[in-house]
Design a protein around this ligand. Sequence first.
Ligand SMILES: [Fe+2]
Length: 299
Amino acid sequence: MKPFRFVDFAQFFVVKSDIITNKELISVFGKIAAAIAVATTGMIVRDNVRLTVTRYTEKFEKLPESFNGFTIVHASDLHNQQFGENQSKLIEAVKSEKPDMIAVTGDLFHTEHRGRAYRFIERAAKIAPCYYVSGNHEQRFADYFRNIKPRLQALGAVVLDDERVTLSRNGENITVIGLADPSFKRTVPPEHLTEDKLSKLTSDLDGFTILLSHRPELLRVYARHNISLALAGHAHGGQIRFRKRGLFAVHQGWFPKYTEGIVVEKNTKMLISRGLGNSTYYPKINNPPELAVIKMYKL
Ligand SMILES: [Fe+2]
């Protein structure tokens, strides 16, 4: 068998003469590099708009029997991204999971073009009770309290910024707690602020608790308050992913610890969504938009 030589391979593309010149060789390299660049760009672009659904099944000791099989669709960091006309692809994906609750954990908005985010909330709230907390991007809107929050409530969302609600089934209860993003009060370090808020919101609770909070890096605070399940986003999967690790996340830095999936601290499990949208000019790589779904069972 004839041994492989690159010049033979290159001549396959050029073909015109028996002897390949330097100029022709450079031309072949150029064409191959251009083809790889086009294919890679296409893959990255597609990867940034391809909606994926990640499903988790978790068992919890404190979960009341009546909530066995309770399903939460967790949508984080939409950043005004659109999935189909009027968010139809995203809504279909949410609906097909038959959720008992939809959790929207911040950075729903990005720029002044708010229609896509509102449309998602309006349609999602018709599928299941939809609970929302703010992210750091919401803090950037001067009219958040005046316009955005009341509009979300009018569209059917329950805004849980530093609030809690009780869900009941057959006389059994669970509590859903929400935290506004710490960026709304920059004068207090996020850990202290969260500690203080959770002390007030959980002081009289002993049962199963779900926490909606944009920030995954505060897991140790959530665990100190015995949160059963925390839902967070913010890290965008670390933007660029290598195998199971992300490259960078705001408030965590390089090679962040909390970027996706289920992580455990003491009695607290936290589900981190890689998010649906993007907030930077450079793309996510190996990190497509994610809708996370968790089904809970009694241990
Ligand atoms: Fe975000």
